[in-house]
Design a binder for this molecule. Structure first.
Ligand code: GDP
Length: 318
């Protein structure tokens, strides 16, 4: 089951969720590899539809699968759409993992999330702290769905010897993010809010919560690079964290975004909105030992993300 290095060259590679931020970054990165890329639009394959997923896998028989499809959102979306977050994510994971198993997929990577770790787990978060304590309530349905997927991967490895692996990314940002004012994650939300305030000449921007939570942010192209690296070099039933190993308070982070956008007004906080988990810094020592580290600084990444936001919102308006 542990076959490393794993050769990607010449393989058919399915990226589930290729229109999402992570899936699109995986496609950009995979363009540098000699592989046959397989993608399918959501309108042609609903990953929640078991019969459709089993049929598609039986026809296409992908040799390699990146499971980057998920229903995702920021703290407010996770909290409000609790049923959708658990249902969609449990069923997407179950359908795709089982279909990969029955159709001879050689290797599968399942993307989890740092929110699978207990709310008050020791920081930085080590891979072995999963299921050691209660989860952060705002994203518990999403986290439980991701834990179900992780446990499926583990179980298929153990029972069938499948070369399936689990990676846990930290908070991601970059081109192709969702800029919905209520449902987005903090990076996209603040890029948009500071940009719109700058254009409208508004002198105060409100940031949710107290500004004290700490978060770690990874540029999505670095994430894609780490995934390719791990696909080639990693095979184990242990999870592996993907992050930068550095975090920042939301208040400090708001300052970074304001500077990148060129917003010079005031920043205030709205403690009536939830803070979520107080801190979510990943321990990336296992990843570092495998020879990978993040390359894009937060300042550079936010500048790139702002540029992408400007071109994506221009395209959307055209
Ligand atoms: P989380 O890491 O799962 O909590 O995901 P988010 O990216 O949604 O939120 C990260 C942190 O940023 C939380 O403490 C939020 O309260 C805070 N935050 C501040 N302003 C915003 C905002 O406008 N949108 C979102 N989503 N979060 C914000």
């Amino acid at each position: 089951m542990a076959r490393t290095p794993f050769e990607l060259k010449g393989k058919s590679v399915y990226v589930a969720g290729h229109r999402g931020m992570v899936g699109a970054a995986l496609l950009r990165r995979l363009a540098m590899e000699d592989v046959e890329l397989l993608t399918v639009k959501r309108s042609e394959l609903d990953l929640r539809d078991q019969a459709a997923v089993f049929g598609w896998f039986a026809k296409m028989r992908p040799q390699v699968v990146f499971m980057a499809a998920a229903k995702v959102g920021g703290i407010a979306a996770n909290n409000a759409l609790r049923a959708e977050f658990i249902y969609d994510n449990v069923i997407i994971a179950a359908n795709a993992i089982h279909a990969a198993h029955t159709n001879g997929t050689e290797k599968l990577m399942f993307l989890g999330s740092s929110c699978i770790y207990p709310k008050l787990a020791p920081q930085p978060l080590r891979e072995n702290s999963m299921l050691t304590g209660p989860l952060e309530p705002t994203n518990e349905p999403y986290a439980i769905a991701k834990i179900a997927g992780i446990k499926m991967v583990e179980a298929y490895r153990t029972q069938y010897g499948s070369d399936f692996i689990n990676v846990m990314p930290t908070n991601l940002y970059g081109p192709g993010d969702n800029y919905h004012p209520e449902h987005s994650h903090v990076v996209a939300a603040l890029i948009r809010r500071f940009h719109e305030a700058k254009l409208a000449g508004i002198s105060n921007v409100v940031v949710w919560g107290t500004g004290t939570p700490r978060r770690e942010f990874l540029y999505v192209d670095d994430m894609a690079d780490a995934c390719i690296h791990l696909m080639k070099t990693y095979s184990s039933d242990e999870l592996i964290n993907i992050g930068t190993g550095e975090d920042i308070t939301i208040a400090e982070f708001a300052g970074v975004v304001a500077a990148a956008v060129g917003y010079t007004g005031e920043i205030s906080f709205d403690p009536s909105r939830p803070d979520g988990t107080p801190r979510k810094l990943l321990d990336v020592s296992r990843l570092a030992a495998l020879g990978w580290r993040a390359r894009t600084s937060l300042e550079d990444g936010i500048r790139l993300a702002y540029r992408a936001y400007l071109s994506e919102s221009k395209q959307a308006a055209e």
